[in-house]
Every structure is written in structure tokens, then in C-alpha cells.
Design a protein around this ligand. Structure first.
Ligand code: PRT
Length: 107
């Protein structure tokens, strides 16, 4: 499985939990609490990554990044935004910066 495939796979589970909520599902319970709770969790996870990034171990940084990725996917799922839209935006920027770097090298 490629790296972006795992994001895609987790995203599909998030969409499935949103469509068919079950009591045991963390994702479903978070979705059910609404956008303010999702944003609060996202803020907390971002802060936890900031704390890990300031002196935490490599493992802690990896763990907190995974939490942040997951909660970011929940936000996207809430708004039915597919990860491909984010990838497309990154590809667009990569193309633009590639051209900018080429131009600056040619000067
Ligand atoms: N990747 C994740 C994932 N990352 C983090 N988390 C949960 O996110 C929560 C964040 O940690 P916290 O300590 O802040 O959580 P908490 O104190 O329980 O949360 P609050 O009470 O503050 O809301 C934990 O409960 C984690 O279990 C995740 N929950 C689910 N997934 C994926 O989503 C799939 C579906 O999970 P369910 O929706 O639970 O079926 C799983 O198979 C995983 O692939």
C-alpha cells in the first residue's frame, strides 16, 4: 500500500462511519458532536504536535502527526471534501514552485 493509499483508506472508513454511525465508533461519535467539536479536537491535536515538536522524541512526533492527519481527514470528511482535492492543490503548488525555481536558476 502506498503512502497516499493509507490516507485514502482511512478517509473511506471515515466516510463509511459518517454514513453508517455505530456507537463504538470514535469517528461516528465525533461527527455526531458536530463541527465545533471536530475543530476543537483538531486544535488540540495540532497543539499536541507543537508540544511534541518542541523537545519530544521522534516517536512522539510521529504519533502526534498521525493523530493530526486523522483529525484533518475527519474535517475533510465532514465537508465531503476528498483528499484528492488537497493532493491536486499540492500538485498545483509544486508545479508553480518548480517553474519559479527554474526561472530563478536561469537568471
Ligand atoms: N486513525 C484513527 C485515529 N487516530 C486517533 N484516533 C482517536 O482519536 C482520539 C484522540 O485522542 P484523545 O486522547 O484526544 O481522545 P479522547 O480523550 O478519547 O477524546 P475526547 O474525549 O477528547 O473527544 C483517540 O480516541 C484515538 O483513538 C483515531 N480513531 C480512529 N482512527 C482510524 O479510524 C478508523 C475507524 O475508527 P472508529 O471510528 O473508532 O471505528 C480506525 O480503524 C482507524 O483507522
Amino acid at each position: 500500500m502506498q503512502n497516499d493509499d493509507i490516507l485514502q483508506a482511512v478517509y473511506q472508513v471515515i466516510r463509511e462511519r459518517k454514513a453508517n454511525p455505530s456507537e463504538q465508533s470514535y469517528t461516528a461519535s465525533l461527527m455526531a458532536k458536530g463541527i465545533d467539536k471536530i475543530l476543537k479536537k483538531l486544535g488540540e491535536e495540532a497543539t499536541e504536535l507543537v508540544v511534541a515538536g518542541k523537545g519530544g522524541s521522534r516517536d512522539e512526533i510521529v504519533y502526534e502527526t498521525a493523530d493530526l492527519f486523522f483529525h484533518t481527514l475527519v474535517l475533510l470528511g465532514y465537508y465531503d471534501i476528498v483528499p484528492d482535492e488537497v493532493y491536486a492543490e499540492l500538485r498545483r503548488r509544486f508545479g508553480i514552485s518548480g517553474i519559479a525555481e527554474k526561472e530563478s536558476r536561469e537568471k
